[in-house]
Design a protein around this ligand. Structure first.
Ligand SMILES: [Zn+2]
Length: 286
């Protein structure tokens, strides 16, 4: 049995896959927000309901290669904690821990929109913007455990519509995340119209979406020029916006350094389940 845990900021989801990759168990519980010991014991309870099996855990952050402690997590009560060791102690077995965007990319690469592709870039466009890279079925973690984290690069080629550069929680300004996250879309809508709307309403506004698509195309072109992926799979709330898959590839050709762009932009096959599925697949990486 392969057990996957998606340790999110609002819910913890557990899933078990049998040898053939079929889902045999799934349950979600609310995350004990701000409570580290409670978070460990919630995971322990879920795994206890499943029993034996390998355990992979996806987290909204990363394990520091330098210290083994959690960093870059918006679930801030995990930051600075030896989460993997504590989970291994609680569960009595080895645990693989991975950034949730990397889990998303792995899930889509194994049996989703990137199945059969050599190089897959998985993109999260949600409350934040993240990403993960899978090459030949293997996650590229990188020297700093930030492989694929394009969300805090500056937006390429900012023009007058992109100024003033929005401040980002990371301490910089003009990060891709401040334009392409759900809240970033709402902020942009407000800049155009003077009104505040949630992202799911702001996506209905033509001018807002045109700006969004143009920025997404510029930002992904930068990724294509470096990584040259076969497939870019979108995840997160914005991945439900169907027009992105037709509009953005028309726009990114201007910035991609190639006469023809073969890279596909694809919606996720597993949607919201990709995080927890990818966590389970952490023990099956080829
Ligand atoms: Zn930032």
């Amino acid at each position: 049995m392969r057990i996957g845990i998606d340790l999110g900021g609002t819910k913890i989801e557990a899933l078990a896959l049998d040898r053939a990759g079929r889902e045999v168990f799934r349950r979600r519980v609310p995350t004990p927000r701000g409570d580290y010991a409670g978070t460990i014991s919630a995971v322990k309870q879920l795994v206890g309901q499943i029993g034996e099996g390998s355990v992979g855990v996806g987290i909204p952050g990363a394990e520091s290669r330098a210290t083994g402690l959690i960093k870059n997590a918006n679930s801030t009560w995990l930051i600075g904690k030896p989460l993997r060791q504590d989970l291994e102690k609680a569960l009595g077995r080895p645990v693989r821990l991975e950034n949730d965007a990397n889990c998303f990319a792995l899930s889509e690469a194994v049996d989703g929109a990137g199945k059969g592709a050599a190089v897959v870039f998985g993109v999260i466009l949600g409350t934040g913007v993240g990403g993960g890279i899978v090459v030949d079925g293997k996650i590229i973690r990188g020297a700093n455990a930030i492989g694929g984290e394009w969300g805090h690069n500056p937006l390429p080629l900012p023009d007058e519509k992109d100024f003033p550069l929005p401040g980002c929680y990371c301490g910089r300004a003009g990060c891709i995340e401040t334009y392409l996250s759900g809240p970033g879309l709402s902020r942009d809508y407000e800049q155009i119209t003077g009104q505040r709307l949630p992202p799911e309403k702001a996506v209905l506004h033509e001018e807002t979406m045109k700006r969004y698509e143009e920025r997404l195309a510029r930002s992904l072109a930068g990724v294509i020029n470096v990584l040259d992926p076969d497939v870019i799979v979108l995840g997160g709330g914005m991945s439900n916006v169907a027009r992105l898959y037709t509009q953005v590839p028309l726009l990114w050709t201007r910035q991609v350094f190639s006469d023809h762009v073969a890279t596909r932009l694809a919606p996720p096959v597993h949607g919201d389940s990709s995080g927890v599925r990818g966590a389970a697949w952490l023990w099956e990486e080829s």
